[in-house]
Design a protein around this ligand. Structure first.
Ligand code: GLA
Length: 403
């Protein structure tokens, strides 16, 4: 990651200098946001995904403290939080530091070894845009605390622990993709993940030829939570019907296109379409990994376009704003593929763009999207970044945390 933006560094340093004590040894950690290139809604169906870490990220500064308290401050959001490690950790309304609380509870329950600490965060990941700002804070805080207190957790287990925090403490029923890629990505690569056995492959992206461009519709994802749970239930009902004929089926991952034809008479039409998206999307992810291995970015782009159609028509998790953004991108010469990314119902699209066409895409979005949607978009160009890691605080923020 290049240096954290100067203005954000200054905000974080101001906040941190109030929170830390002069003799604290402050360490810095960076957790990236993520964009999913292809493989949408497949993770909770035990299928395949291909996300990448972004160079938008969250900085976590941390230092141990001797009094057994946790003090957590954010340069982005209030209020500051302070709690005693000796008392059970509780969820506190909707405050930002619930992510810290959840991670603390999970570490205490599963691993032990945690002492008091002061923690300060700042993030360049837009909140609520579907770029995994939540996974970044969970994984960033968990990794920072493990490093600070000498707690050893393999990265895949760290991701699973953070997913449990999201599912059980925060109460969002997400799959494993976001936490996994934030914890395990490698710079310059997308991460192919088999969500059944968590086997991975780091897939190089030809960064000299193509760029990843994320376009934020800025449409709030209000329906995302309820519809997400509805889709999960629809997938489970399709699995139950498929299992009546094929006892080995435990998830849509096991269902073939032929099996879909067999169950067609026994499931409602919309449930069949949900299943068809998952089954076809898994195949598209596998074909994408093959295409990238052969340097065939044109095929990869075409698969992204097909993924969008499937998410829009079969899975029905797109919205007019996402469709408009995708249509604008696909009309620009040099855009190889474009699709909605993340849970849907708002948030962002991801496009694969020839490097020399990125400016044209940015212009087209700025000129046409506001008229199409009434919204002011944001565009991020990103390289594929590394997963969570330690940084030198002074280098990352431009000056030492404590003068
Ligand atoms: C959200 C969830 C992920 C995944 C995507 C859809 O980002 O957190 O687990 O299900 O939606 O692909």
């Amino acid at each position: 990651m290049p240096q954290f933006p100067a203005e954000r560094s200054a905000q974080l340093l101001r906040k941190a200098r109030d929170a830390f004590r002069p003799d604290d040894r402050v360490r810095a950690f960076l957790a990236p946001g993520r964009v999913n290139l292809i493989g949408e809604h497949t993770d909770y169906n035990e299928g395949f995904v291909l996300p990448a870490a972004l160079d938008l990220g969250l900085v976590v500064l941390v230092a141990p403290r001797a009094d057994g308290y946790v003090v957590a401050v954010s340069a982005d959001e209030g209020p500051d939080d302070c709690f005693d490690l000796a008392s059970p950790v509780r969820l506190e309304g909707t405050i930002w530091s619930n992510f810290v609380r959840g991670v603390v509870g999970a570490l205490q329950e599963g691993y032990g070894g945690l002492g008091g600490f002061t923690l300060a965060v700042a993030s360049t990941i837009p909140i609520g845009a579907g770029l995994s700002s939540s996974a970044a804070i969970e994984v960033g805080v968990a990794f920072a605390l493990c490093e600070t207190f000498g707690i050893t957790i393999p990265r895949p287990d760290l991701a699973l622990m953070c997913q449990r925090v999201e599912n059980r403490f925060i109460g969002v029923n997400c799959g494993i993709m976001d936490q996994f890629v934030v914890a395990n990505a490698t710079g310059g690569h997308a991460l192919f993940l088999d969500c059944r056995d968590l086997a991975t492959r780091h897939v190089p992206l030809p960064a000299d030829d193509v760029a990843i461009v994320v376009c934020d519709t800025t449409k709030a994802r209000t329906l995302a939570g309820s519809k997400y749970n509805e889709r999960r239930a629809e997938c489970e009902s399709a699995v139950a019907v498929a299992r009546r004929r094929h006892s080995g089926v435990t998830a849509l991952r096991d269902v073939t296109p032929e099996m879909l034809d067999e169950i067609e008479p026994d499931v409602p039409e919309h449930v069949l379409r949900r299943a068809r998206h998952i089954v076809s999307e898994d195949l598209r992810v596998l074909a994408s990994v093959d295409a990238l291995a052969e340097g065939d970015v044109a095929t990869f782009g075409r698969l992204m376009n097909e993924s969008h159609v499937s998410l829009r028509d079969d899975y029905e998790v797109s919205c007019p704003e996402l469709d408009a953004m995708v249509e604008i991108a696909q009309s620009v010469d040099g855009v190889l593929g474009s699709r909605m990314t993340g849970a849907g119902f708002g948030g962002c699209t991801v496009s694969l763009v020839r490097v020399d066409a990125v400016d044209a895409l940015e212009r087209a979005v700025a000129e046409r999207f506001p008229a199409a949607s009434g919204l002011t978009p944001a565009v991020y160009r990103s390289t594929a970044s590394a997963g969570v890691h330690e940084e030198d605080p002074a280098q990352l923020l431009g000056e030492s945390v404590l003068p």
